[in-house]
Ligand binder design. Structure first.
Ligand code: ADP
Ligand code: MG
Length: 238
């Protein structure tokens, strides 16, 4: 299971409120895409869901359990960042296994989980390399593999393809879609790319200035945008 509920979530940095009361339900197994202009709060919202950022008010629930005060390691969430965030001194296999090892799993358990994730992403030939010996696309596949290792309830992706060239973006997008089907996992994916949003999403959440402007299936937003802001993002002529 892996449903997510956000209840009237807010976040202020100093006196500036950047998330202004977000309510959202993401269903178990859903692929939910957050879109919106730079600075609208996409990363902040994702970091609050992951527990990397404190909330100012409101609640984060996973499978109806309140996790608002739990540290990231206790939330059964894995996050993939635009910048990969791999440890440069560790081999791929150790980057992938680190969180599970820290959580107290035995060496054979960690090895089995890393091997399985590596198989799913065809990373076996790379397991003994260090990040500096990988291309950008390979690093991002390792970061995705690392997210799979602990079989989280919820996957969070923050613009994971932004640093890749056009061909790799398409290939990696297709790989993420395949993983979604294979794992039947709940995924929340931030992008400012309309093609990624339209092709990956079961539902798109359009954010505008820290608020939800509209939520709906891609074709619902395309055919019936709530306002010109949403129309501008989804590309439907008004
Ligand atoms: P997005 O990911 O949609 O581009 P962010 O979530 O990164 O937007 O940022 C939303 C707003 O919050 C921006 O105005 C940004 O400058 C501000 N912000 C983000 N992180 C911090 C921080 N640690 N301290 C102060 N302001 C921040
Ligand atoms: Mg961002």
């Amino acid at each position: 299971m892996g449903s997510l509920t956000l209840n009237n979530l807010t976040k202020s940095f100093g006196k500036t409120e950047v998330i202004k009361g977000v309510d959202l339900e993401v269903r178990d197994g859903e692929f939910c895409v957050f879109v919106g202009p730079s600075g609208c709060g996409k990363s902040t919202l994702l970091r609050m869901i992951a527990g990397l950022e404190d909330v100012s008010s409101g609640d984060v629930m996973i499978d109806a359990a309140r996790v608002t005060q739990l540290p990231p390691s206790k939330r059964e969430i894995a996050m993939v960042f635009q910048s990969y965030a791999l440890y440069p001194h560790l081999k791929v296999r150790d980057n992938m296994g680190l969180a599970m090892k820290r959580a107290g799993a035995s060496k054979p358990q960690v090895e089995a989980a890393v091997d399985e994730a590596a198989r799913m992403l065809s990373l076996e030939p790379l397991l003994d390399r260090r990040p500096a010996e990988l291309s950008g696309g390979q690093r991002q596949r390792v970061a995705i593999g690392r997210a799979i290792v602990r079989r989280p309830k919820l996957f969070l992706f923050d613009e994971p393809l932004s640093n890749l060239d056009a061909a790799l973006r398409v290939a990696t997008r297709i790989e993420i879609a395949r993983l979604h089907h294979e794992l039947k996992a709940t995924m929340i994916y931030v992008t400012h790319d309309q093609v990624e949003a339209m092709t990956l999403a079961d539902r798109i959440v359009v954010l505008d200035g820290g608020r939800v402007a509209q939520v709906g299936a891609p074709m619902e937003l395309y055919n019936d945008p709530a306002n010109t802001f949403v129309a501008g993002f989804i590309g439907s002529p008004q």
